[in-house]
Design a protein around this ligand. Structure first.
Ligand code: SF4
Length: 761
């Protein structure tokens, strides 16, 4: 252990704990001990403190106890002459630093000083605006991001567990130049690594650099600016701690488990850009406790032995000494080294197009003023259609454009387009067509400067001016699809060809064929019931994060993340027969109403490692399905109303259960079976089997308005099917009631059916 690093980390920690103490004394005097302390939209209080100590800080008066814990972890600075193993002391001061940093941020929240205001030119994009364009808003009121909220953490959950998002990089400081800053972030984005930004060097931060270069920052592009000082880097460790609490089923105070969880499951590292001061050494020591190595682009002493981290603890790669033709190449190598040191598993598909490519670009928006051309939307038509065809009819890798290119359309204009993908494969089945077709959205969206919304004949694609200037044209849509289908679905797709139609006559012709296929598929899916199949499928993808959770996916009940339905699981099993989706023969039906099947129980017992003995497919009150953490909505019994409420992940409001989504999610998650509480995929609400044993849709007494609005058509149809076409109007939402007392008169006035249904208890 380097005496130099130990000295500086201990010095940095001591100074920060002292700063926290001063600030806390001032705040207690000025604001009083009862002043609330809260990070945005989280049920985990100050998460690092909660995770490592179990202390729930909700007001300033809770802080002195934490400060004492931080002080107890400080050690004297190593002596000049006597050299000792300093690892323990350094790690302790790292934790003290994290406590102090989180206290300081908490106090800043109490003063209304967080998230940090943007006092220079620029703004960041609001999360969810692209993936849910209907809720699009501009900017976030002129502040940086601050801490990541629970809603976003869970929204990223599925990508973290299925490996699409292999880890995160906490970048602290300022790059050599703007150009280098952009290249580092692009390299990370291309590998789908989440990027958290904080810190500065002499007042200049990588956040300033990226904003000056017009890089879109925000949740949707995986690049989250926390704040321009080092202290805000604590939010990255808050995210890491909450990953263990949210998905790992851990509780506050389980420090050792939380740190080990992060070491083995959360592939994160710290990249320190520019001069490393005492505070940065101290914060880095905090990160090392989590198993996160530190890589610096300056000369610092290295700690090469492994132990707390999987590989080296601290690596120094002075930027100008990195071999390379130019700074961009050096930036590339720096990122590559970070990934090696953390042991992040990355699958990069080479896509032959002239713009960067990776999942991190999926959330990027192309605003009208930056747009070269659009297909679909209000001014044009755009559709996409994938079908399987005979082996001989497909010329593998062929991309054809039939009709004019984009050159003749004025800048900012629109044109019609149809993308027809034809695939052939020995293992390909007609059932997989819609599963593969849905991937077109993700695949095309991965290109930087390309925006894709919708699907089927309501697709809407934009190409940015920047992408067009780099030479992106229609043919490249085909090239992306050929590369990605081969890479991701090689087990079922042997050959693929893509035709892009812009010729009006051909568009008419193919659109008619596509619509016929869409109708046929709708009908086929609608006709599929749990009774009509012999087997269900398991999904244990989330076990990488929630080790005992298992979803049982049936034709009428999709996975609670909303991302996997029965057909998806079936396709996934064909692609990867030993993967997380295994067929579960239903076996003997023990109870058709509650949905008990002997083989399903057997499977769940084994897959949950004995934690769960029985699962009822159609009840929330008795042995409900477990939940991992990335559910789209949560249901909970409201005994006073003899029914259930459903709160959606996007809804931050208070519910009649006296808890917000985040707090409820803490009750439901982590692979636990909790009668009366259940995580669900949104579309399960409109299934015939939706809590059929407990009375079905008519039991819903409260629902987030966002669900009511976005699923209005489907919900109305389901309500009509259940014999109560006006049901939706009888269900309360946060606009009329956030407490039981407010809700009950509303239900009575509307004559809600749950009030007269048989008692739930
Ligand atoms: S289906 Fe269930 S286990 Fe699979 S990814 Fe979704 S939530 Fe996780």
């Amino acid at each position: 252990m380097s005496r130099y690093i130990a000295t500086r980390a201990i010095r940095g920690a001591t100074a920060l704990v002292y700063e926290a103490e001063q600030l806390l004394n001032k705040a207690l005097k000025e604001l009083g001990p009862d002043t609330p302390v809260q990070f945005t939209n989280t049920a985990y209080y100050l998460p690092v403190i909660l995770g490592l100590t179990g202390i729930e800080v909700s007001k300033l008066g809770d802080m002195p106890a934490v400060l004492e814990r931080a002080k107890a972890l400080l050690h004297p600075i190593p002596r000049e002459q006597v050299w000792l193993p300093y690892l323990g002391e350094t790690l302790d001061s790292g934790i003290a630093t994290l406590f102090a940093a989180e206290l300081i941020e908490g106090i800043r929240f109490a003063y209304g000083e967080q998230p940090e205001k943007i006092t220079w030119g620029g703004k960041i994009a609001k999360g969810g605006s692209f993936t849910s364009p209907e809720f699009e808003g501009e900017g976030n009121g002129g502040t940086l991001n601050g801490p990541i909220d629970d809603i976003q953490l869970r929204a990223w959950g599925i990508q973290l567990v299925d490996g699409r998002m292999p880890g995160f990089a906490a970048i602290v400081g300022c790059a050599k130049s703007n150009e280098v800053a952009v290249e580092i972030v692009r390299q990370l984005q291309q590998r789908n690594i989440l990027v958290f930004l904080s810190g500065n060097v002499n007042g200049r931060s990588i956040i300033h650099q990226l904003m000056e270069e017009g890089v879109e920052l925000g949740y949707d592009t995986y690049t989250v600016p926390f704040g321009t000082d080092t202290i805000s880097a604590i939010y990255a460790l808050g995210f890491a701690t909450r990953s263990a609490l949210t998905f790992g089923g851990m509780k506050g105070g389980m420090a050792r488990d939380i740190l080990l969880y992060n070491k083995y499951r959360v592939f994160a590292f710290v990249l320190a850009l520019g001069e490393v001061d005492d505070l940065k050494y101290a914060a880095a020591a905090g990160a090392i406790n989590y198993g996160f190595p530190v890589i610096a682009d300056t000369v610092i002493p290295q700690i090469l032995p492994t132990g707390i981290t999987s590989y080296e603890h601290v690596i120094s790669m002075p930027f100008d000494d990195i071999p390379g033709e130019n700074d961009l190449e050096r930036a590339k190598r720096l990122v590559q080294r970070c990934i090696e040191v953390r042991g992040v598993k990355i699958k990069v598909t080479e896509v032959p197009i002239p713009v960067p490519y990776g999942s991190a670009f999926e959330g990027e928006r192309v605003r009208r003023e930056d747009m070269r051309i659009e297909f679909g939307g209000k001014k044009a038509r755009c559709f996409e259609y994938l079908r399987m065809t005979d082996f001989d009819a497909v010329e593998d890798g062929k991309v054809t454009v039939v009709g004019p290119g984009i050159e003749n359309v004025p800048v900012g204009g629109a044109m019609d387009m149809g993308i027809v993908v034809e695939v052939a494969g020995r293992k390909m089945q007609e059932d997989f067509e819609p599963v593969l077709e849905r991937q077109i959205h993700y695949f095309i969206n991965g290109a930087s400067g390309i925006q894709h919304i919708g699907q089927r004949d309501i697709a809407w694609i934009r190409i940015s001016k920047a992408a067009a200037e780099k030479g992106f044209n229609l043919e490249h849509f085909g090239k992306i699809l050929v590369a990605r289908f081969h890479a991701d679905f090689g087990a079922i797709v042997d050959k693929i060809q893509v035709t892009i139609y812009t010729d009006p006559q051909k568009i008419e012709e193919w659109l008619a064929k596509a619509r016929e296929a869409y109708n046929y598929r709708n009908q086929r899916l609608a006709d599929m019931t749990d009774e009509s199949v012999e087997e269900f499928y398991s999904c244990t993808l989330c076990q990488s994060f929630a080790p005992n959770h298992v979803c049982v996916v049936s034709p009428e009940r999709l996975g609670l993340c909303g991302a996997y339905n029965w057909l998806d699981c079936k396709a996934s099993y064909q692609i990867n027969p030993t993967g997380p989706n295994q067929p579960i023969p239903k076996g003997k039906c023990l109870d058709p109403v509650k949905g008990y099947f002997d083989k399903v129980n057997e499977f769940v017992q084994a897959a949950s490692h004995g934690t769960v003995q029985e699962v009822s497919m159609y009840s929330i009150m008795e042995n409900p399905m477990t939940a991992c953490g990335c559910f789209e909505a949560i249901m909970m019994v409201v005994p006073e109303a003899n029914g259930f409420m459903v709160v959606s992940r996007e809804d931050p409001s208070m519910t009649p259960a006296g808890m917000t989504f985040s707090t409820l999610a803490g009750v439901a998650g982590g692979g636990l079976q909790t009668p009366g509480v259940m995580g669900v995929g949104k579309y399960f609400l409109v299934s015939r089997k939706f809590i059929a044993a407990d009375g079905g849709l008519k039991r819903i007494v409260w629902m987030s308005s966002i669900l009511k609005e976005t699923m209005a058509e489907e919900l109305k149809a389901a309500a009509a099917r259940e014999g109560d076409p006006d049901l939706l109007d009888k269900i309360a939402d946060e606009r009329v009631a956030t407490t039981v007392d407010e809700m009950l008169p509303f239900l009575e006035e509307k004559g809600h059916p749950a009030l007269t249904m048989p008692p739930l208890f």
